[in-house]
Design a binder for this molecule. Structure first.
Ligand code: GLU
Length: 483
């Protein structure tokens, strides 16, 4: 590792799924690494045994993979590093940056109560900092439980944030926080600093809910004599109602968007623009372009709103530009799942599926929409939209449809041009508008009043199917009118 190499990380806690905020932070770190030819690493912060669950680790890694955020080195699990953190906690004691705190939880609860009564923020009152060496030794000899606190010096702490510029905090607001619990295990801030240093992290890019932690962590860096990384705190992602995105409010796992048919490229592109901007009018960018444009000058410190409608608009654009065969591969299992066809049928008619998907892709907002939009291409027992049937399935139109079907049946080449010419010629012969034929034909072959271009649809369905469907519709119209 050279000193100039950029090394960044995403450090999720496996206590829940990846929501859009974490996904966005991961994307920013990934782009930053790629932009600077550096490394993107993953660390799973699973030291909190009560709240961590391997199920979430799996879900987090799947979400990162879905978004294409391939990490560059082995995943670091904090649970494998407990001893390393303990050693560092001891080092703090030895160097005098840390001190033992023998205050019992009851005593601290009383302090907290007192602070509340006085309407003050609870800050540890340094009771144990003032113990004499002899008092400390006596307590240790007695085997009294203790935590280790970091001694925060007087003064003020500041750093130059990559997103918000200079940030400052009075040290008295930080308090002598606990770095090791009474069972010897490290707290979050200690573990993060040990890991970030050990992993050679050069830039810590994370949500601005971690700003207070950063001030605390800076004191740990100083205490250990570690070089400080650069810090950048991303603005929060808010819901349209301006509340912070959170699991509690039902904001979902990013993989739920996958299940609903959002393409990872669309999600990636949309999330990039929440808190960062390439400062152009364009919104849609390829991954290569984003890597090229992604510099820390363009972070935006104001909170960003996550708008599902906007995401879906991006998705629609990405679907429209995705090659048909790739879409077909995504749609195929959904059609099977919806019982519209079988895997075997599709395997032998892949070209048909590819054409269907190609004809419908400008209409799909999500991948799952293809199921509804394409149902009649696979199922023959579709219903006719009743309003449209009342309007277009008249006995007069049945006669017209019947003649059109005869002419369609006689066609040698069942092509877009031939079909269009045939339909126009009949309209001319009868002195009627083409729409008189187009609407009932569309309804007859698809059951719907809207869809892709009629001729494209007829070609895909093929001559025998079109003729069969038109004759069936004529039959139904006649029966209905004679009844
Ligand atoms: N584990 C922390 C979280 O999930 C991230 C800590 C960090 O990025 O430093 O919020």
């Amino acid at each position: 590792m050279t000193l100039s190499e950029v090394r960044v990380r995403i450090a999720p806690s496996p206590s829940g799924y990846v929501h859009v905020g974490t996904a966005r932070t991961a994307i920013f770190n990934y782009l930053f690494a790629r932009r600077h030819g550096g490394k993107f690493l993953v660390r799973i912060e699973n030291t909190d045994k009560e709240r961590s669950d391997p199920v979430f680790t799996e879900a987090i890694l799947s979400a990162l993979k879905w978004l294409g955020l391939q990490w560059d080195e082995e995943i670091v699990y904090q649970s494998d590093r407990i001893d390393l953190y303990k050693t560092h906690a001891r080092k703090l004691l030895e160097s005098g940056h840390g001190y033992r705190c023998f205050c019992s939880p009851e005593q601290l609860a009383q302090d907290r109560e007192k602070a509340r009564a006085e309407k003050k923020d609870m800050r540890y009152n340094r009771r144990c900092l003032n113990l004499s060496q002899a008092e400390v030794e006596a307590q240790v000899a007695l085997g009294s439980a203790y935590t280790i606190r970091l001694r925060i010096p007087e003064g003020e702490t500041n750093f130059d944030d990559l997103v918000s510029g200079e940030l400052k905090r009075k040290n008295e607001d930080l308090e002598d926080f606990i770095v090791a619990r009474s069972d010897g295990t490290a707290t979050y801030n200690l573990a993060v600093v040990v890991d970030d240093h050990d992993m050679g992290i050069t830039h810590v890019l994370r949500g601005n809910d971690h700003v207070t932690n950063t001030f605390k962590q800076i004191h740990l860096y100083h205490s250990f004599g570690f070089e400080l990384p650069k810090f950048g705190h991303m603005p929060m992602i808010l819901r349209p109602d301006k509340k912070k995105v959170s699991k509690r409010l039902g904001d979902k796992d990013v993989l739920a968007f996958q299940r609903e048919g959002v393409l990872p490229e669309a999600m990636f592109n949309y999330l990039c623009l929440l808190g960062w901007s390439p400062k152009t009018d364009r919104e849609i960018y390829s991954l290569e372009e984003l890597i090229d444009l992604f510099t820390s000058d363009n972070f935006n410190p104001s909170n960003a709103i996550f708008d599902v409608e906007k995401l879906v608009a991006f998705n629609q654009e990405y679907i429209a530009n995705k090659p048909d065969h790739e879409l077909a591969a995504m749609v195929a299992p959904l059609l099977v799942e919806a019982d519209l066809t079988t895997k075997y049928w599709l395997e032998t008619r892949w070209e048909y599926l590819r054409q269907v998907v190609g004809a419908l892709k400008l209409r799909a907002r999500r991948i799952v929409d293809f199921v509804e939009l394409s149902a009649y291409f696979f199922a023959f027992d579709y219903q006719y939209e009743s309003d449209a049937a009342a309007k277009h399935f008249t006995s007069e139109n049945a006669e017209l449809l019947s003649e059109l079907t005869d002419r369609f049946e006689r066609l040698q080449d069942f092509t877009h041009e031939a079909l269009e010419q045939t339909l126009s010629a009949l309209a001319d012969d009868k002195g009627i508008k083409r729409a008189r034929l187009i609407h009932p034909t569309r309804l007859a072959v698809s059951g719907r009043s809207k869809g892709p271009s009629l001729y494209e649809m007829l070609v895909i369905l093929s001559q025998p199917v079109v003729v069969e469907r038109m004759r069936r519709a004529i039959e139904i119209i006649k029966n209905a009118n004679s009844a």
